[in-house]
Design a protein around this ligand. Structure first.
Ligand code: ADP
Ligand code: MG
Length: 481
């Protein structure tokens, strides 16, 4: 492999679709080193395919530039770029045999017959399908068809291979196998792979570098370890691996209040700063009741082979714990977390995060109240089919029991009232700080969740308030359980 110079660079590329003015990609910056395995990771609809299509040349960025080996390729059509794409749906020609599918591009380029023979033989070897030349496409399994699609892209000897959710159509076992094979192929070939997936585990196993995306924007770029251990914000923490995420506030030097307790931490911000606290399930310790920072009741215990996954309810805060020690449902326990295992980050725009449930009419509920919106309205690309089921943009069925909705809402958009039944949730003011032109409050709710609310009026510690939370100000992210 050559030295690690930059092969491709995305410089502030954006894509606005003209028909509806939708900005699918927003100011995307990235440097990819020669030979690297880079993965774009993010939920359906976040702009992964659109970004790949701009790299391949099928779409033109509205803004920004793409440099290949230091030169702009914006004006180059796809076939003049040393880049090939493997799509999720294999896009093979069903009426042609394996050889003709792979040879198609080479024939168009008028490559001599004996050279085509040699090249086809070589890529078939590479994807472990030696001797498959004369097989008809329809006689191949899904996994074999995907290998042919990869062979067809590799036969052009691209400098960069783009793979758009290439394993999405395979079953789990086949997917795991192909992950290893692709990684192996990448090592053998030494070419640059840009890989797209919405599966965080796949991204963590395969990549040198991961780009986490949400709503057209890059959220974090780093190695799998960086992204897992030091998530840049609550979105990344939530998307990668399992995490417990809480809203809170710094209440003193190395002290943060969240989840109904005051925790000692190692990240410091000014007192009164709104924070998001992230704690991985493996970092929560169960203690005797009263011996931890907070108390709770064991709500569920699932044996996962190596560890138990235990859910503890502290009020309505749900804390997920992974531990090798068993517990019984109904046990009263204490919980503690080592200060260095509490990741405190500035709450992005001081956002409040909480989960809403989806009921059997696909409508959203929070704290027993209906929110005036539905699943199909908030998840772009989702729709209700004739048989009554709802599918997401990828066509995957969304079952109400298997999904929940992460809601974010800014402190400025929540209003406090002393009319206790008026809001979605009631609570008590447990902290307040004057911020120059307004007060910032922490409301400790009946569900034990803390909300941050900004208000110009002065309320008192201990006041009971109800929180008015307007649905049109909420932002929603689909989460699968
Ligand atoms: P991903 O691959 O991450 O699932 P896409 O890049 O396919 O996401 O799409 C990003 C967003 O852009 C989606 O909301 C999608 O509906 C929208 N989009 C994609 N292609 C078009 C298009 N040709 N016209 C309008 N909107 C589009
Ligand atoms: Mg896509």
């Amino acid at each position: 492999m050559e030295s690690k110079d930059t092969i491709i660079e995305l410089k502030g590329i954006s894509k606005v679709f003209e028909d509806d003015g939708f900005k699918a990609v927003d100011n995307f910056n990235l440097e990819v080193k020669r030979g690297e395995f880079v993965t774009f990771l993010g939920p359906s609809g976040c702009g992964k395919t659109t970004t790949l299509r701009m790299i391949a040349g099928f779409d033109v960025p509205t803004e920004g530039d793409i440099l290949l080996n230091g030169k702009s390729i914006i004006g180059l059509p796809p076939y003049e770029r040393p880049i090939n794409t493997v799509f999720q749906r294999y896009a093979l020609f069903p009426h042609m045999n394996v050889y003709d599918n792979i040879a198609f591009g080479l024939r168009q380029k008028k490559t001599p017959k004996d050279m085509i023979d040699r090249k086809v033989g070589r890529v078939l070897e590479l994807v472990d399908l030696e001797g498959f030349e004369r097989r008809a496409i329809r006689t191949l399994s899904g996994g074999q068809q995907q290998r042919i699609a990869i062979a067809r892209a590799l036969v052009n000897e691209p400098e960069i291979l783009l793979l758009d959710e290439p394993l999405g159509a395979l079953d789990l076992k086949m997917r795991k196998e192909m992950q290893l094979e692709l990684k192996d192929m990448h090592n053998k070939l030494g070419i640059t792979f840009i890989y797209v997936t919405h599966d965080q585990e796949e991204a963590l196993t395969m990549s040198d570098k991961i780009v986490v995306m949400s709503e057209g924007r890059t959220q974090q770029i780093g190695t799998p370890e960086d992204i897992y251990n030091e998530p840049a914000n609550a979105f990344v923490a939530d998307f990668i691996g399992e995490s417990n995420i809480f809203n809170g506030m710094m209440t003193g030097h190395l002290k943060a209040r969240f989840c109904g307790g005051e925790f000692v931490c190692v990240d410091d911000f000014e007192e009164g700063t709104h924070i998001t606290a992230v704690v991985r399930p493996e970092d929560v310790e169960i203690t005797a009741p009263g011996h931890g920072t907070i108390n709770g009741i064991v709500d569920s215990v699932i044996f996962k082979g190596i560890h138990y996954e235990i859910t503890v309810l502290s009020g309505k805060n749900e804390i997920v714990i992974q531990t090798v020690h068993n517990a019984r449902v109904g046990d009263r326990v204490g919980l503690r977390v080592d200060p260095e295992n509490i990741h405190i980050m500035l709450a992005e725009d001081h956002t409040n995060l909480f989960y809403a449930d989806v009921n059997h009419d696909f409508r959203l509920e929070y704290n027993g109240h209906h929110l005036d919106t539905s699943l199909t309205r908030i998840i772009k690309g989702s729709k209700r089919r004739e048989d009554g089921t709802v599918v997401d943009g990828n066509g995957d069925i969304l079952e109400p029991d298997r999904v929940r909705i992460l809601v974010s809402l800014m402190p400025d958009d929540i209003e406090m009232t002393d009319d206790q039944d008026a809001g979605l949730i009631q609570g008590t003011i447990s902290n307040l700080i004057y911020k120059g032109d307004h007060y910032s409050y922490i409301i400790h709710t009946e569900l034990e969740q803390d909300f941050v609310v900004n208000d110009e009026d002065l309320w008192n510690m201990g006041d009971r308030v109800s929180l008015l939370m307007p649905v049109d100000k909420m932002k929603f992210t689909l989460k699968k359980k």
